[in-house]
Design a binder for this molecule. Structure first.
Ligand code: C6P
Length: 415
């Protein structure tokens, strides 16, 4: 594919891939849609949409509960999806894969269940200054409940972690470290493998928030050696309302159940309940069956693409967009770490990000504006919010060109 600036051809056939995503053919406000809000949620390929339709039209039923044909088919498909997830993140087995509603629920599960059994007023929970609210608030809540203290690894101005400071706070032997692999606001890729090794030396368990890395970096949980990892289906080209919590079996086994209800029990009497094996111990109530199966289809789709080409393609888009946006007078990019995913946050002079977002929308360009659920990070930079363009492998150079034209237009209108 050729950019207007004549950038080199990429190996991924983006124009063919775009045909797999029907929504990309949509017109918004009279313009072809430019979708640059993939950090908020990604679009779905036709194979996922067809899988959802097929599920509801042919095998819709409850799982693990019926002897009838449809229930068995639905159970088989649901459990096959779990195996697909386990394979995708290289878990030791499907018993380590808990289906949740999303990243937020996965983190809450670990904070509540592990936190209650592991934390006391002597303990510290460590997070970083670039965390999403979903990886801050659950830890604040459990710290309030248990008396543990919350400590923060600071960041440097360009948006990467202060690794010296990280080493120092790890020497204080925190009980738990919860860290994002990719910042949703800055795009920074954190060296989590290295940090996990340090944390383990210090005796901490580590949860990785993979909400923004699963779609770009395809994390391998055994290679990272993380103890827990959470992500959302909707950010990895699957449905909303479904997510995954990975946990090492020995830790999940030792943790008390979180929510009570159907499926998570072995026996119930009014005197005592005994609990089911993993992973069902943590899946109370009827799960999002279609969502899990749809997520399996999304991961199958991704596995059909060469991960190195996807990464290279997103890297080229990032470099092209960074170069072009940086040439716009008065525009400042937040997050200039050397290792970045295809996310660019920026502001232009004193223009309010919301106003810029509205003008971009009028031209059919979808970006996110605001604090991106990272208010402490906004406080660090002393700003109320940013405009954020987050790109996926189906974006092309034309999308970046349209974004830059939209920004120029916003500047001329708002000034
Ligand atoms: N970030 C964004 O626009 P849920 O809502 O549970 O699917 O994901 C929460 C979450 C957790 N961690 C990180 C790093 C995230 O980016 C998100 C979701 C979206 O940036 C919506 S706020």
């Amino acid at each position: 594919m050729q950019s207007t600036a004549g950038t080199a051809i990429r190996s991924l056939d983006v124009e063919r891939i775009r045909m797999d995503f029907p929504i990309l053919q949509t017109q918004v406000n009279g313009f072809p849609l430019v979708y640059l809000d993939n950090g908020a949620t990604s679009q779905k390929p036709r194979s996922v949409l067809q899988t959802l339709e097929r599920y509801y039209t042919t095998i819709n039923s409850n799982v693990h509960r019926g002897v009838h044909h449809l229930s068995q088919e639905a159970t088989d498909a649901y459990e096959a999806a779990r195996r697909t997830v386990a394979h995708f993140i290289h878990a030791a087995g499907p018993q380590e894969i808990i289906f949740t509603r999303g990243t937020t629920e996965g983190i809450n599960l670990v904070a509540s269940s592990l936190g209650r059994s592991r934390l006391s007023p002597k303990d510290t929970v460590l997070i970083t200054a670039m965390e999403h609210h979903s990886n801050i608030v659950p830890w604040q809540m459990i710290c309030e409940e248990t008396g543990a203290r919350l400590k923060i690894i600071p960041i440097l101005d360009r948006g990467d972690l202060d690794l010296e400071a990280a080493r120092r706070v790890l020497e204080e032997k925190p009980g738990i470290l919860a860290i994002t692999q990719v910042s949703n606001t800055l795009g920074t890729i954190n060296p989590v493998k290295q940090i996990i090794a340090w944390a383990h030396q210090a005796g901490a368990l580590v949860l990785v928030d993979a909400a923004q890395s699963i779609q770009h970096l395809h994390p391998d949980v055994q290679d990272l050696d993380c103890d827990f990892l959470a992500f959302s289906g909707h950010k990895v080209f699957g449905p909303t309302g479904i997510g995954v919590l990975y946990g090492k079996e020995k830790f999940l086994d030792a943790m008390p159940p979180w929510q009570g209800g159907g499926d998570m029990i072995r026996t119930v009497t009014f005197d005592k309940t005994t609990y089911n094996d993993l992973p069902y111990k943590f899946e109370a109530g009827t799960p999002h069956i279609a969502g899990a199966i749809g997520l399996g289809a999304a991961l199958d789709y991704l596995q059909g693409l060469d991960p190195a080409s996807v990464l290279a393609c997103e890297g080229q888009l990032l470099a092209y967009a960074t170069g072009k946006l940086s040439r716009i007078p008065g525009l400042r990019i937040y997050g200039t770490a050397p290792q970045k995913a295809s996310v660019i946050s920026f502001n232009i002079g004193k223009l309010h990000p919301y106003d810029v977002g509205v003008i971009l929308d009028q031209a059919g360009i979808a970006v996110r504006t605001g604090h991106h659920c990272t208010q402490p990070l906004m406080d660090f930079y002393g700003i109320p919010g940013t405009v954020r363009a987050s790109m996926a492998f189906y974006n092309n150079f034309n999308d970046v060109d349209r974004l830059c034209q939209g920004v120029e237009k916003a500047i001329s209108m708002l000034n």
